[in-house]
Design a protein around this ligand. Structure first.
Ligand code: DGL
Length: 265
């Protein structure tokens, strides 16, 4: 596989763009492919089996486009599908993501950590194992957030209705004494400015986008697979939903416009 080959990144929708931004900032020479499975968003309330099947199909597509590595820029897809993908592609660098329980447990002073994530992530065995491993000394309060992903998908980052929804999710965590909130879904970093308005200034907000980009860099370094030259290809985008909708939202969430193609069935 050539070092100039692209990195394939996917999510249930636009949330993974928060991770794509971190990857681009950390590894600006790399060519990037992004698939938004917006035809099937949200993943948060779907079965693990359905998400595994979607992840498998998207991985096949990205590998067909020549991807040298895969990033599951989605916590929900990671709990459902990363083990299966690693088994299928044992030689491929694959990076998944999980809620930042370890850094949050290290950072909290009150000893109470809140996790905002999808229902699928919070009820998974993988998340339970993460708590067993890293959160034995702290209290963790979890909060599923149905509806938030749909707001971000629609480009609604600060309307009165998203503010009210988010306020309702954050209030019980603050009441429980959380001084550290984990953004355990890749859509939520786009709501960070709004969250900052809703929580006291000394409450820390933690997500894992930058850590994922660093882990990707480590894996590519290990394989001597980092791009040697700056890519001449801008990031390429596909959507299983309406390409025009992703095109419209890219300037807001990715920072520049691009053509979006329909993901082949
Ligand atoms: N962005 C995803 C995550 O990180 C999933 C959102 C969804 O489709 O429910 O969990």
């Amino acid at each position: 596989m050539a070092n100039s080959a692209p990195i394939g990144v996917f999510d249930s929708g636009v949330g993974g763009l928060s991770v794509l931004r971190e990857i681009h900032a950390q590894l600006p020479h790399e060519a990037l492919l992004y698939v938004a499975d917006s035809g099937h968003v949200p993943y948060g309330e779907k079965s693990a089996e359905f998400i595994r099947e979607r992840s498998q199909r998207i991985a096949e597509f990205l590998l067909g486009q020549g991807a040298k590595a895969l990033v599951l820029a989605c916590n929900t897809a990671t709990v459902a599908a990363v083990a299966d993908l690693r088994e299928r592609y044992p030689d491929l660098p694959i990076v998944g993501m999980e809620p930042a329980v370890k850094p949050a447990a290290a950072a909290t002073r009150s000893g109470v950590v809140g996790v905002l994530a999808t229902t699928g992530t919070l009820k998974s065995a993988r998340f339970a194992a993460l708590l067993d491993r890293f959160a034995s000394d702290v209290r963790v309060v979890t909060q599923p957030c149905p509806g938030l992903v749909e707001c971000v998908e629609a480009g609604d980052l600060d309307s009165p209705s998203v503010r009210q929804l988010l306020q309702g999710y954050v209030a019980p965590l603050l009441a429980a004494g959380c001084d550290t909130l984990i953004l355990g879904c890749t859509h939520y970093p786009f709501l960070r400015p709004l969250l900052r308005e809703l929580v006291p200034a000394d409450v820390a907000l933690i997500d894992t986008g930058a850590a994922v980009a660093r882990q990707l860099q480590r894996l590519l370094e290990q394989d001597d697979a980092l791009a040697a030259q700056p890519t001449s290809h801008p990031a390429q985008f596909w959507s299983s939903g309406a390409p025009a909708q992703l095109e419209q939202i890219l300037p807001l969430l990715w920072g520049s416009s691009a053509v979006v193609r329909a993901l082949p069935e």
